[in-house]
Design a protein around this ligand. Structure first.
Ligand SMILES: C[S@@+](CC[C@H](N)C(=O)[O-])C[C@H]1O[C@@H](n2cnc3c(N)ncnc32)[C@H](O)[C@@H]1O
Length: 186
């Protein structure tokens, strides 16, 4: 396991851009991460997709497993990686929700995965059709973005379109995180 992930799992904290400690939240559990790694080891994807980066916990699990099977690319989509501009921040802590302070990307770089990861700072319903239009293909996807029925369905439907699911069903794997506490495959 890479040292960055090990430290987050041990302490529950990540390091911000000014060295401050940030309590990590919204992430998958160790068990879910190991489950994803088993799938990656079995499927051996060349190109994979992840929707929902946050502080990078699931990406760090996935990238570890991708590196072990010699994958070429891990496409990551998340519109809220960047800081909420100061002029929009109010006294209400909820106003900063969704800003992950680039910490997910920093963690991926610190773990040595910058050459593997391709990041799209867009909502998935915008980024996915662009990837489809560009003729991209994927072999594995983990969907953990906005957890409402409509967003998850759009993520799933669009992702299946650009993995060419119909012709490659046996070799293409999707994992959707159904709630904050569970993961499943189809
Ligand atoms: C549950 S968290 C992801 C946790 C991450 N997979 C982990 O294990 O550390 C959900 C993420 O989805 C992102 N998100 C919210 N709306 C989104 C959208 N429309 N498209 C893609 N990602 C979105 C949020 O910014 C957040 O980082």
């Amino acid at each position: 396991m890479n040292a960055v992930l090990e430290e987050i799992l041990r302490s529950g904290y990540a390091t911000g851009s000014s060295g401050e400690r940030i309590a990590v939240h919204s992430q998958i559990s160790r068990e879910e991460g190991e489950f994803l790694q088993q799938i990656v080891a079995t499927v051996r994807p060349k190109v994979s997709l992840e929707i929902g980066l946050a502080y990078g916990v699931s990406s760090l699990f996935i990238c570890d497993a991708l590196a072990a099977v010699g994958a070429e690319r891990h496409i990551v989509i998340d519109p809220h990686q960047f800081e909420v501009p100061a002029e929009f921040v109010t006294a209400d802590p909820e106003s900063t929700r969704g800003g992950f302070g680039v910490i997910g990307l920093r963690n991926l770089r610190a773990a040595g995965f910058e050459a593997l990861v391709e990041f799209h700072a867009l909502p998935s319903h915008i980024a996915l059709p662009r990837l489809l239009e560009a003729g991209r293909r994927i072999d594995f996807a983990f969907i953990d973005g906005w957890h409402t029925f409509d967003y998850v369905m759009v993520d799933f439907f669009t992702s299946t379109s650009f993995c060419g699911l119909a012709e490659s069903l046996p070799s293409t794997t999707f994992t959707i995180r159904a709630s904050e506490n569970s993961a499943g495959t189809s």
